[in-house]
Design a protein around this ligand. Structure first.
Ligand code: HEM
Length: 184
């Protein structure tokens, strides 16, 4: 039951965005809108997956971590499809040119490739073999955060709040790793 509820909650951003895009049709620039909602939700959900072990004393979501992580990947896949299908209109040369011209796209690409690797190896039989490599999620998150900051012309209050939350989560995550290493 909890799993179904969580599944529905994680789908809500997509339902909400589809409603705005296709039902009330009040979006002026759909490509920009899809970039913002898919990119932001991918980042929020992926950061949440690394927060799960920090909050497990109060709320234990460890057994749903894989599903939550896959939703993060799902939103980043939509983000990439927006780039490739709607923005680049399936033109490989546009993708290559944009990647070379704009380093932030290059960083997004590397992060996305890391997420593909994690999504594929999250399958039970592969996870046993590759779970050690799943630490690349931290690299993917660092690159995605730089990508997100570089994508902005200027930062507003909401974006500053995202960065502050990211810094707080990173601080506690680092502390957790240090304590674990020293077995305190
Ligand atoms: C597949 C490679 C990626 C490409 C080609 C890409 C492309 C883009 C582009 C073009 C923008 C700027 C949109 C605009 O404002 O005009 C953007 C913004 C953004 N991207 Fe990506 N991205 C990629 C991967 C990722 C990943 C993996 C994440 C997160 C996990 C991410 C999160 C974001 C965020 C949060 C923004 C800022 C959205 C906003 O504030 O409007 N991107 N991306």
């Amino acid at each position: 039951m909890k799993r179904v509820l969580l599944f529905f909650i994680l789908l809500l951003p997509l339902i909400f965005a589809s409603y705005e895009l296709f039902v009330i049709e009040n979006v002026k620039d759909p490509i920009k809108y899809i970039y913002t909602f898919t990119g932001t939700w991918a980042l929020v959900i992926l950061f949440f997956t690394i927060t799960i072990s920090l909050i497990k004393k109060w709320i234990n979501l460890l057994k749903y971590r894989k599903m939550i992580g896959l939703f993060g990947f799902f939103y980043s896949l939509l983000h990439f499809m927006n780039f490739f299908i709607l923005d680049a209109e399936l033109s490989i040369s546009f993708v290559v040119k944009e990647s070379l011209d704009k380093p932030f796209i290059y960083l997004g690409m590397i992060s996305f490739l890391l997420l593909i690797f994690m999504a594929i190896t999250s399958k039970k039989n592969l996870y046993v073999k590759y779970n050690n490599y799943h630490k690349v999620v931290y690299l993917a998150l660092i690159l995605s955060t730089i990508h997100f900051i570089m994508a902005q012309k200027s930062l507003d209050l909401l974006q500053f709040s995202y960065i502050l939350i990211i810094l707080i989560i990173s601080y506690f995550k680092l502390l957790q790793q240090i304590l674990k290493k020293n077995k305190i």
